[in-house]
Design a protein around this ligand. Sequence first.
Ligand code: PBG
Length: 326
Amino acid sequence: MPIQNRLRRLRKSESVLRLFTETEVTARNLIPVWFIVDGHGVAEEVPPGGGMWRYSVDQVPAQAKRAKAGGAEGVMLFGVPETKGMHHAVDPNGLVASAARALKGMGLTVFADVCLCSYTPDGHCGVWHEGAGHGIDGGHVDNDASVAMLAKMAVMLAAAGVDVVSPSDMMDGRIGVIRKALDDAGFEYTLLCSYAAKMASAFYGPFRLAAESAPQHGDRRGYQMNPANRREARREVEADVMEGADMILVKPALTNLDLIREARDRWDLPIVAYQVSGEYAMVREAANAGRIDFARAARETLVSIKRAGADLIVTYLTDDVWAGRV
Ligand code: PBG
């Protein structure tokens, strides 16, 4: 038959398929998330099967060895103290600072979350003020007071040896303020990974259980982005690039592949995508129900995120990748 384009020639054998694979995901591209908790000897998955692991500080070196053996180059730390209180966020002997010190010299690049939601009693990502304000639910999260606190937290983490401070709070102007605070404190070489386009997403549900960070009143729509807004995402990314972010992060990943691609085409700095807890849960639960193949589906999500333009993917799939299950 006179068929001009036989694209199936490029799919004619396993070898040809492998030869022309355009996108590859390697362990180096993947950043595991570790929730650091109080106590001793703690290594627990919360909830079981949820892909989210909590470790006490003493467990960190062994986990780091495992991560290195699996091919990881970086880890992302979140602190989940037993008791709430803003002072934990800036405590130089706090959980994340201690974990960062335990990771010293282990050959991993240490990312640490900069946000207040697992420390504030009300679970908001910034400093909450009751009553009249511009917030959408009666009170409001005070942008500038929150930024001042986040800058202190960032400097404390840098002093503890964190390589990449990663603000996930979505306050305005925090990248510039944090950059200046780091430079003023002599941490000119601490990197800044900005959660630039972070949506007010339903897909954070499992994480909020693991991090005990669900807002106790209201929601996060006064600071996290409306998932419907593409132009606004471009403004968020532009602002953070201009303020001095070393890399920008888009989150969730699968629901924002277009934004990842757009940021890739417009900017040349590294792009990180966060494949969030709900994305992991979708794949895991569908596989548990026998509807999809876990390994193939998981791999397909990672490849799609990479193909969209992400350099790094923060994900709960690392353990499966290191063990060769994905
Ligand atoms: C905190 C934060 C959240 C996530 C990462 N950092 C939760 C939220 O914003 O409510 C979610 C990550 C995940 O779901 O895996 N600011």
